[in-house]
Design a protein around this ligand. Structure first.
Ligand SMILES: Cc1cc2nc3c(=O)[nH]c(=O)nc-3n(C[C@H](O)[C@H](O)[C@H](O)COP(=O)(O)OP(=O)(O)OC[C@H]3O[C@@H](n4cnc5c(N)ncnc54)[C@H](O)[C@@H]3O)c2cc1C
Length: 385
């Protein structure tokens, strides 16, 4: 599939860069449980990770549509944007809610790649998706906040300089609405590791660097608070539409990768004296997957268009993520199935991409939570939790 669109120049440039990091590169990193440092460096140096940072801060000031094409192409070329997508969208929280001084300090350094802001610490082991119940606290003492608590599944901490941390600054019992009383902070990760934060890596199904974090009297300078105290949960929510849409684009990239691979394979693989792809039992599931990826892609473009026009796009961003994660997973299944035993061989890269794309039904938001968002906020059904 070599369709062209208005973003063809971005596609070609990202593909050229990705071509320097072929399947063997990503396979080796996956086998070693390593981090694609050279790949992420190359993307950063080429400016792709700074796509959404305004030009006045050293970025390229592109829209979400263009940024999503970058993520899509990384995955479509066999890579995994999950290693670096945080660098593209986490800074949006600073951009929208940071003070002028914070923006001046952080954004140019993030744009140049001098600093990585790849991590966002929200999820906790005992509260999961029920974010307003988080137990990590940040208590103001003079010119510092003192943080105690625990986070889980916090990604890229070992390959980031900074993390945005969500913590409770007012106890749940003392706020009118449960979404109030939480705040967000910039945490200097290397500094924190020396003084109150312990990082415990979580080996997992994907080669995704993710960790448990323990905070014991970690002190954060008060100036690292982003925006107003108590409004952090809303600030985090503000960033989710971009995150969901970008991850939808990654899934679209995965979906096309699987369909390209399987379409080629079933043309070449001869069993019972003919290509397996000549059988309708093989063709139809591939065609069905392709239709579903294409349909998901339409919702991704709708979400991008609304976002870039500064229109509400919560429903579309969520629906794009839902459709794309489902379509890429179905394409992964079909690709694996139609490769027979070879689909399980690491050298075909299918089992790796299969694991990678499966994550997106669970993180950064699970499918059920998207369904409940649509039920409640689009269809007006009673709140279920
Ligand atoms: C590899 C990986 C990387 C991650 N990276 C980060 C990160 O960088 N930062 C971060 O903060 N978090 C991160 N996460 C956490 C991720 O966002 C959560 O795992 C996800 O939101 C689900 O939360 P949970 O695991 O606590 O599941 P739970 O909340 O325990 O839910 C488990 C299942 O039950 C379902 N469920 C729960 N409540 C309901 C309900 N009311 N109705 C219907 N279904 C329900 C969920 O949909 C889910 O399928 C990561 C997770 C993984 C696996």
């Amino acid at each position: 599939m070599n369709k062209t669109d208005q973003y063809q120049d971005i596609r070609d440039a990202v593909r050229d860069l990705c071509a320097q990091f072929p399947d063997e590169y990503h396979r080796k990193i996956d086998a070693e449980r390593g981090y694609p440092e050279a790949f992420v460096d190359a993307l950063t140096k080429a400016g792709w990770m700074a796509a959404l940072i305004p030009q006045e801060y050293g970025g390229s000031g592109l829209g979400l549509a263009e940024a999503s094409v970058i993520m899509e192409e990384i995955n479509r070329c066999g890579g995994n944007s999950g290693a670096c997508h945080g660098q593209m969208y986490n800074m949006g929280t600073l951009l929208r809610h940071g003070s002028p001084a914070q923006k001046e300090l952080y954004l140019p350094r993030i744009a140049s790649g001098e600093w990585r802001l790849q991590s966002m610490g929200v999820t906790e082991p005992s509260t999961g998706t029920d974010t307003t119940k988080i137990k990590t606290t940040a208590v103001k003492k003079g010119d510092r906040y003192v943080v105690n608590g625990q986070k889980v599944w916090i990604s890229r901490v070992q390959h980031s300089d900074w993390m945005i941390l969500l913590a409770r600054t007012t106890p749940l019992a003392d706020v009118k609405k449960k979404s109030e009383g939480m705040s967000i902070f910039m945490v200097d990760l290397r500094q924190a590791e020396k003084s109150g934060m312990t990082v415990r890596p979580i080996p997992n199904m994907v080669n995704h660097e993710t960790n448990e974090l323990f905070f014991e009297n970690l002190e954060i300078p008060a100036e690292n608070l982003i925006g107003e105290e108590g409004k952090g949960f809303r600030y985090i929510l503000d960033g989710l539409n971009a995150e969901r849409t970008l991850i939808a684009a990654e899934c679209i990239g995965d979906g096309y990768w699987f369909i390209d691979r399987v379409s080629q394979y079933v043309k070449d693989r001869v069993v019972f004296g003919r290509p397996t792809g000549q059988n309708q039992g093989v063709q139809f599931p591939i065609a069905e997957s392709y239709i579903e990826v294409e349909a998901a892609n339409l919702m991704r473009w709708k979400a991008c268009a609304l976002f870039d026009a500064h229109q509400p796009c919560g429903a579309e961003a969520n629906m794009a993520k839902y459709l794309a994660a489902k379509a890429s997973w179905e394409a992964a299944n079909v690709c694996l199935q139609m490769h027979g035993g070879f689909g399980f061989a690491c050298e075909y890269d299918i089992e790796r991409k299969f694991r990678e794309t499966r994550l997106y039904q669970v993180a950064p938001i699970s499918t059920n939570l998207i369904l409940s968002h649509v039920a409640e906020h689009v269809l007006g059904l009673p709140r279920s939790f």
